[in-house]
Design a protein around this ligand. Structure first.
Ligand SMILES: Cc1cc2nc3c(=O)[nH]c(=O)nc-3n(C[C@H](O)[C@H](O)[C@H](O)COP(=O)(O)O)c2cc1C
Length: 158
């Protein structure tokens, strides 16, 4: 396989950029992620790709729940607040306000929309795990255009 072609082709997949939250023990954590897609209408299922050596993956595995916060176009800085590992930078929420609903996963007050999931399946292959969750709750804070990965100028994939 042509490695450069593989990279270019995989980077041709278009993405949004989300803050994915979970519970970690009695606390919460979140990371910025773009590997998010819906995979079923009934039941409503969503799949995310989660790096296996992260606190977030540990939290998702142990709690069996996660939230997806859909950010608004222009909220690049909010997305960037959750890139770094909590193990290195400590609590990433700072003054980012959040609340919880059905699963206890963090819901950002400034996000456009949110949904939260209970994990139904995990495929533990490669450096990221494929985690499938059933959507058990969702909400709309306001209408708007979702943030895209392209808008941030970053890539995660290839
Ligand atoms: C643009 C971008 C997109 C990312 N997308 C994902 C993703 O989809 N899945 C993932 O596991 N990590 C993704 N990451 C990396 C996580 O944000 C990063 O590993 C984070 O530090 C994990 O946080 P934690 O250790 O506190 O759980 C992405 C990073 C960047 C810069």
């Amino acid at each position: 396989m042509d490695a450069q072609a593989k990279k270019t082709a995989l980077r041709g997949i278009t993405y949004g950029l989300y803050v994915i939250g979970t519970k970690v023990g009695d606390d919460v954590n979140a990371f910025t992620g773009n590997w998010v897609t819906q995979t079923s209408f009934e039941p409503p299922l969503v799949a995310i790709g989660v790096k296996k050596d992260t606190t977030s993956y540990e939290g998702i595995r142990e709690s069996g729940v996660f939230s997806v916060n859909v950010l608004e176009s222009g909220q690049k800085d909010l997305a960037f607040s959750f890139f770094k590992p909590v193990s290195r930078v400590g609590n990433k929420f700072g003054d980012v306000e959040f609340y919880t609903s059905t699963t206890g996963s963090p819901i950002l007050k400034d996000a456009l929309y949110w949904f939260e999931c209970k994990v139904t399946d995990t495929v533990d292959r490669g450096d990221h795990a494929l985690v499938v969750g059933e959507v058990v709750d969702a909400g709309v804070h306001r209408e708007g255009d979702p943030l895209t990965l392209k808008e941030t100028g970053l890539f995660y994939g290839g």
